[in-house]
Design a protein around this ligand. Structure first.
Ligand code: IMP
Length: 426
């Protein structure tokens, strides 16, 4: 492992946090490259559960530096609470850094998103309401100058930037949504106490990454969300506003594509999605409920029940291509323990034509009929197994079929939440 990207191969919640934590053991630097507090990464160590939204999943390894890169968006209130929560549990966070250039999620972003989603009603995106879309929108708009992480070190500058932003935001809040405007004082008062606490983590993120590359340090780039939530490659418009795909690691951190040695695509043994948008293998009946119950498929960030369905081989193949995946980490294989047979989608049929990759036009994807193959289940608990050879032949065949469908070998198999419930395949 020199430079490894960990990327979600589906619609998020694949278990990237656990895989990043494991790789962090051997890493010098873990870098979150996109997204913000919309993410929810769970890491379980010695039966203790840590839920991380912003902070990279390497934070539990004190010798590993953790950077939130310029491609992320940071809510200072969430960051402060997350740091305090970790410190209260004995995690120092001295190894945390945040890039100067990361954009800041401000209270007006959350307010505008809440009003916009309410106005859209059932036609909404079903976002996490963490202000992510509006913060990235301001980043792309460039003027008036949005707040970036380094701006949090200077009260005068922060107040000036809030003043400039509210001149525009209040037009939307008052005139588009008929709601009372926000005042500069209230926004400043909300943010400044948290800003004072978190701004000491600010650093030149580009320099940190470039210096680490030059020193041949081992770096893990941690993606949030998943391939099909990518703004460009996902099921638009039901996507997030950043770039979870492996290429996003280049943009979000300022490295060239040739710096990446490995791309580990994390793929759950079945499929889930939160929020609106197409999900070809969704099962809205008892089977979906079984996956939800056994997999504890409720959002880490919002608590919403996740939509569940069978593994989609077309999604796996397409994601492997979009990410240039070099291997796959299959997670939550144990969730399927009780099933006698397991359907796996091996192709899509649309108007009598078979497709082997996901069509890029989402309305076409809505029309596809998944073609299933039934694989034999293993009907025994996998949670205590530690080696590939201990897995029942049916479970091995299931994992091998995923590799075959994706066209990429499997390097990691996870059979439970704990660090120890992980098989690293040679
Ligand atoms: P946003 O990222 O809050 O703008 O939400 C856009 C879409 O991405 C919604 O469907 C969310 O449910 C989904 N989403 C955002 N973050 C995550 C995540 O970490 N896991 C799964 N879905 C997510």
């Amino acid at each position: 492992m020199a430079c490894t990207v960990v990327v979600g191969g589906q619609w998020g919640d694949e278990g990237k946090g656990k895989i990043t934590d494991i790789l962090a053991e051997q890493a010098d630097l873990v870098v979150r490259y996109q997204g913000g507090s919309n993410a929810g990464h769970t890491v379980v160590v010695g039966g203790e559960e840590f839920k991380l939204h912003l902070i990279p999943s390497g934070i539990l390894h004190p010798d590993c530096t953790c950077l939130m890169a310029g491609g992320t968006v940071i809510d200072p209130l969430v960051l402060r609470d997350e740091i305090e929560g970790l410190k209260a549990r004995g995690v120092s966070c001295d190894n945390l850094r945040v890039s100067y250039t990361a954009h800041v999620v401000m209270p007006y972003h959350k307010r505008i998103e809440e009003l916009a989603e309410q106005a859209r009603g059932r036609g909404g995106i079903g976002t996490t309401l963490r202000g992510i879309g509006p913060a990235y929108t301001d980043k792309a708009a460039r003027m008036p100058r949005p707040v970036r992480f380094r701006d949090l070190t200077d009260a005068h500058r922060l107040r000036e930037l809030i003043t400039g932003q509210l001149e525009h935001k209040n037009i939307i809040i008052e005139h588009q949504y008929g709601q009372p405007p926000l005042t500069v004082d209230e926004v400043f008062q909300q943010v400044w106490p948290a800003a004072q606490e978190v701004s000491s983590y600010a650093t030149d993120g580009h320099r940190l990454v470039q210096d680490s590359l030059r020193a041949r340090k081992r770096i893990v780039f941690e993606g949030a969300q998943g391939t099909f939530l990518d703004l460009d490659c996902g099921t638009y418009p039901f996507v997030t506003s950043s770039h979870p795909v492996a290429g996003g690691a280049c943009l979000g951190t300022g490295i060239g594509p040739t710096a990446i040695d490995e791309v580990i695509m994390v793929t759950k043994a079945y499929t889930t999605r939160v929020g609106a948008g197409v999900l070809p293998t969704e099962d809205e009946g008892d089977a979906g409920q079984l996956l939800r119950d056994h997999g504890h498929e409720y959002g880490t960030t919002t608590g919403r029940p996740r939509r569940c369905g069978w593994l989609d081989g077309v999604v796996a193949r397409t994601a492997a291509m979009l990410n240039g995946a070099t291997s796959i980490a299959v997670t939550k294989l144990d969730v399927l323990d009780s099933l006698a047979t397991i359907p796996v989608c091996v192709g899509y049929e649309i108007d009598g034509v078979m497709l082997d990759i996901v069509p890029s036009w989402p309305e076409d994807l809505e029309k596809v009929k998944p073609v299933y193959e039934e694989l034999a289940g293993w009907q025994q608990p996998l949670g205590d197994m530690r080696k590939w050879d201990q897995l029942p032949s049916q479970a091995q065949a299931y994992v091998e079929r995923i590799a075959e469908l994706a066209g990429v070998p499997v390097s990691i198999v996870s059979v439970g939440q704990g660090r120890e419930q992980t098989m690293l395949l040679g």
